[in-house]
Design a protein around this ligand. Sequence first.
Ligand code: FMN
Length: 267
Amino acid sequence: MPAIPRKKVLIVHAHPERTSITRQLADSACEVLGEQGHVVMRSDLYGMGWKAVFDGQDFPRRVNPDRLSFIEESGHAFSHGCQTPDVEEEQRKILAADAVILLFPLWWYSMPAIMKGWVDRVWAFGLAYGYQGAGNAHRYGEGGFAGKRALLAVSVGGPAQDYSPRGINGPLEQLLFPITHGTLFFPGMQVLPTFAVYGTGSIDAQGMAEATTAWRGRVAKLFEDEPIAFRPQNGGDYPDRHALGPHIAPDQTGLMAHVVNASRPLR
Ligand SMILES: Cc1cc2nc3c(=O)[nH]c(=O)nc-3n(C[C@H](O)[C@H](O)[C@H](O)COP(=O)(O)O)c2cc1C
């Protein structure tokens, strides 16, 4: 088998407990990537004491001291090199990375606040949105993070059945759509199908061993697996850049209309 060229991967995880499933998955990912010869960067958000709240302290040199406009200040701070050092460091890591893996426990159908705050603060205007000062010209498949891959690994308390296509909680890929589509694909990343460990409240050693084996397999194929077929904004499916053209998936509405062949379940 030909050697996979050496890549850089950023692993971001949000759990303070070393023995948590989230942390075990993060450690396994580091191991597999290291064995493949890739360079691993790690952002342990709790360990770093990451400031989760996006607020006025993020802008030490305000463009408008009278009214806090996050978008205006973010754009100014990013383009004038006056962001806070913690945000600059995370942007430096992402921009260096060929792939980003986000690992977190599912908390209220989403990521923990510390990771949401990582996105809020690091996804600067001019970089992750409003790319190159061109408004929404480059988004969904294009933008500051184009060419990078992204993968979520989520530990989920409830059983897989609750997240199945007709499950009571709703399908996991739809619950996580704001992250996969709205946060990662928006600035241009190619997003792989989410990896989930279900039923974590009652998982036993064998279940965990099986989950770890499956996860190691997914990490090993980080640069080979097919991304979710989200429709790019500028690929022709959105003639006015806002809504699907009438000829595209004419019978579909809702989130899954933005995935090509969405009737095929996302793993
Ligand atoms: C604040 C909070 C919110 C949670 N929300 C959900 C949820 O929305 N759905 C679910 O299935 N489990 C939920 N859980 C259970 C966690 O997903 C579970 O504790 C986690 O997967 C365990 O993995 P860990 O060892 O990585 O923490 C929640 C737990 C906490 C503490």
